[in-house]
Design a protein around this ligand. Structure first.
Ligand code: XMP
Length: 327
């Protein structure tokens, strides 16, 4: 798909004033496009869909319905934040679907990474389509497509990020108000719209979520250990503003056990891997140089607070040879 307006034709959004001007322009454009029609949006809680949601709420209020699908592979506190910010503070028409069991049941016993990704993607579309069918008279689908998505789809690197894949009976006209923006501009717009910093500066999080950090067949107990260790990591990185210096950081809990000792008793538990990287474009990456005392502190907290973990490993591999994610 070729767009008539390209980013090079317009001033980059680098200030609050420019962001506000963009918001005002987009509100007019959205109103003109949708009139009094109804719009649907899959709201993941990531930067792009959150900014689109906030923009549409400002433009058309309750003509927008947001659907937040919790696939059970989100980080600790994420669904709660979406409900708090969009459902309560911004008063959005928000449908929250806890589809955890649906996803985890389908994923039970599935160890192959690509099959896992495929199941998560398909199931997501199914859940979203089920919700869309329950609504009447929706003509438009809003999406947080941004300029790099369009460039990558023009280059054939990835399929255009639309909910393409929706079944035949669900075909909508697209509303893509941030499609000529780069990520840093989307963030400026998000700040100007009053979204919280933790949402606007959220680090990249893969669509399949914690699923790709729980290698092999996902089990609920190991997933929980992963979610808890990730929450500790994020809390600790947030304390000294280290989260501004490191591009992406998370934990992985592999599916094997090793021996250990806790309270004088032998344990047989999982290890937890810390992955922290710096990169410019995620095509290559360097392990972040973490302070040794900080790594020891993380180790102490994770091994003492997370049930099922008795050992912490630090992944110091650059990309290449390792990818950033483990699956
Ligand atoms: P890799 O692991 O390929 O990751 O070095 C590069 C960046 O992409 C993110 N990533 C994904 N994002 N869906 C996404 O939306 C995915 O399936 C996916 N896999 C990896 C990863 O977190 C990193 O930022």
């Amino acid at each position: 798909m070729v767009y008539d307006r390209r980013p090079e034709d317009f001033v980059r959004i680098t200030t609050k004033e420019l962001a506000e001007a963009f918001i005002a322009e987009q509100i007019d454009a959205i109103k003109e496009q949708v009139g009094d029609g109804k719009v649907l949006l899959a709201l993941s809680g990531g930067v792009d869909s959150s900014v689109v949601a906030a923009l549409l709420i400002k433009a058309i209020g309750d003509q927008l319905t947001c659907v937040h699908v919790n696939h059970g592979l989100l980080r600790k506190g994420e669904p709660e934040q979406v409900i708090e910010v969009f459902g309560k503070e911004l008063g959005a028409n928000l449908i929250y679907v806890d589809a955890t069991d649906r996803f985890l049941d389908k994923l039970a016993g599935v160890a192959d990474p690509e099959t896992k990704r495929h199941i998560i993607g398909e199931e997501f579309i199914d859940v979203f389509a089920d919700e869309a069918r329950k609504l009447e008279g929706v003509q438009f689908l809003a999406q947080g497509t941004i300029w790099p998505d369009i460039l990558e789809s023009e280059d054939g690197i990835k399929a255009h990020h639309n909910a393409g894949g929706l079944p035949e009976d669900l075909q909508f006209e697209l509303v893509e108000p941030v499609k000529i923006l780069f990520k840093d501009e989307v963030r400026q717009v998000g700040l100007a719209l009053g979204l919280p910093d933790t949402m606007v500066y959220r680090q990249p999080f893969p669509g399949p979520g914690l699923g790709v950090r729980c290698p092999g067949a996902i089990t609920r107990d190991r997933l929980e250990a992963l979610r808890e260790s990730d929450a500790i990591l994020r809390e600790e990185f947030g304390k000294d503003g280290l989260d501004n210096d490191v591009w992406q950081f998370f934990t992985i809990v592999p599916d094997f056990k090793t021996t250990g000792i806790r309270d004088g008793q032998r344990t047989f538990d999982w290890p937890c891997v810390i992955r922290a990287v710096n990169t410019v474009d995620a095509m290559t990456a360097e392990p972040a140089e973490l302070d040794w005392a900080f790594v020891q502190h993380l180790t102490k907290r994770i091994t003492s607070e997370v049930p099922g973990i008795n050992r912490v490993l630090w992944d110091v591999t650059p990309k290449p040879s390792g990818t950033i994610e483990w699956e």
